[in-house]
Design a protein around this ligand. Structure first.
Ligand code: MV4
Length: 449
């Protein structure tokens, strides 16, 4: 097992990793930017090192400074958390070269899954269902037109190097192709230095359902069931839950088996997530995320597994003690992301938190690095807390989430707590009628003008 882990992150996930390390008896090194000197991850880690000024690219994204900090503190491993360098093949490669264990997959696996069209090809070859479309990148608009005619409109063009919705174009007729292809390719080239596009049949109103997987370095891979993450806005998830209200036991088993098959095909040996689009009772591979995710706690709740500890143990080469048959679902769990933002306009609301009271009581977990007096910096993302509840049923979770949101007091900045409260009362939400279009409808009805 590792003696000391450097945490290349900040905020609630840095704290979450510190809690896991403490329970495993591993020393921790926090890194921080100038403006994060008073942060809780700095206070609770055994050691701390300043790695640069506030802008991320000069601190939390600065590979040279992070590696220097790991060398100076003599850390055996680096946990990247989510965001920042968590899916950077370069960072994983430099860690490997410096004999520091990167807690995640190899640089090659990160790069393979980071190329969305190559990832899709790999998964399809492994027998994972994929959306009908091009086999790899499409060379030009003429070939795209030929393929679109074959699969039928609407189709979607996606950036091979993209993900998270950047460089996507939906096309409803051939007349749009020439322009859409040029624009999407130029957008991808400037954002990712790679203009490659691939094409798929467009699904109008799918659900986003993702499978948690966990592998070790001894060839074992299991899945920990699904999370439904259909409540999103501009590709930012807002509410996640497990299990999904859409899946039968049979579909759940099928998706789990497929996720394991896909992970085994790339010799996956850490925590990861396989994202699917789900429509009309069928599911299709979309992307694989090679990091621990923001929404991992809902899986921890229903599967009774500490995913961060498991991820660290797997990186240290330990054999997984669970087998698939040990993984069951205990009740239901739901997470609301509490963001420092205007609840109507979704614009960031940085500033000093003057009052902070987090809810508690039965079945409530709050993952946060905020406190009264904490300054929410405009330099980083706006997530200030994750409110996670559990209960016997989905209805219990909704009831519990409402009472927890009602007793969550954050003053000094604006938050989206009022939005979450309204969603908990939404008829479609309560009925489990979800899709990636949910927020479009919700906002058109609740946010007119
Ligand atoms: C799609 C799709 C419909 N059909 N692909 C959005 C993010 C990127 N990872 C892929 N995305 C989508 N791909 C096909 N063939 C709809 C989306 C999509 C979406 C997916 C998941 C969650 C929210 C979404 C919101 C809009 C569009």
């Amino acid at each position: 097992m590792f003696r000391k882990i450097l945490i290349a992150n900040r905020g609630e996930i840095a704290l979450r990793i510190i809690w896991a390390c403490k329970e495993l008896g591993i020393r921790t090194v926090a890194v921080h930017s100038d403006v994060d000197a008073d942060s809780l991850h700095v206070r609770f880690a055994d050691e701390n090192i300043c790695i640069g000024p506030a802008p991320s690219r000069l601190s939390y994204l600065n590979i040279t400074n992070l590696i220097s900090a790991a060398e100076i503190s003599n850390a055996d491993a680096i946990h990247p958390g989510y965001g920042f360098l968590s899916e950077s093949p370069d960072f994983a490669r430099v860690c490997e070269a410096c004999n520091i264990t990167f807690i995640g997959p190899s640089a090659e696996t990160i790069a393979l899954m980071g190329n969305k069209s190559e990832a899709k090809r790999t998964m399809r070859a492994a027998g994972v269902p994929t959306i009908p479309g091009s086999d790899g990148p499409v060379p030009d608009p003429d070939e795209a037109k030929r393929l679109a005619a074959e699969f039928g409109y609407p189709v979607i063009l996606k950036a091979s190097a993209g993900g998270g919705g950047k460089g996507m174009r939906v096309l409803r007729s051939e007349s749009e192709m020439e322009m859409a292809f040029q624009m999407a390719s130029a957008e991808a080239a400037s954002a990712f230095s790679n203009g490659d596009l691939y094409l798929e049949k467009y699904l109008e109103s799918p659900r986003h359902i993702e499978l948690q997987v966990l592998g070790d370095k001894h060839g074992n891979v299991i899945h920990l069931n699904e999370r439904e993450c259909s409540i999103q806005r501009r590709h930012q998830k807002l509410i996640e839950e497990s299990p999904s209200p859409a899946l039968s036991e049979l579909l759940r088993k099928e998706m789990g088996e497929v996720a394991v098959k896909g992970s085994e095909a790339v010799k996956y040996a850490t925590a990861g997530t396989i994202e699917f689009l789900f429509e009309d009772g069928r599911f299709y591979f979309m992307e694989m995320n090679t990091r621990i995710q923001v929404e991992h706690p809902v899986t921890e709740n229903v599967c009774n597994v500490d995913l961060v500890k498991a991820q660290i143990m797997a990186a240290a080469g330990e054999k997984m003690t669970w087998r698939q048959k040990d993984i069951k679902i205990f009740g239901h769990s739901m997470e609301c992301r509490v963001n420092a933002e205007d609840p109507l306009r979704f614009t960031p609301s940085p500033g000093r938190i003057t009052t902070f009271h987090a809810p508690g009581g039965p079945g409530v977990r709050v993952d946060t690095a905020a406190y009264a007096g904490y300054f929410v910096s405009p330099h980083y993302d706006s997530l200030i807390a994750k409110l996670i509840v559990r209960g016997p049923t989905r209805a219990d979770c909704i009831m519990r989430m409402k009472r927890a949101l009602e007793s969550f007091i954050v003053e000094g900045i604006k938050t989206n707590i009022p939005m979450h409260l309204k969603i908990m009362d939404d008829e479609d939400f309560k009925a489990g009628n979800l899709s990636t279009r949910f927020m479009d409808r919700y906002l058109s009805e609740n946010n007119a003008g």
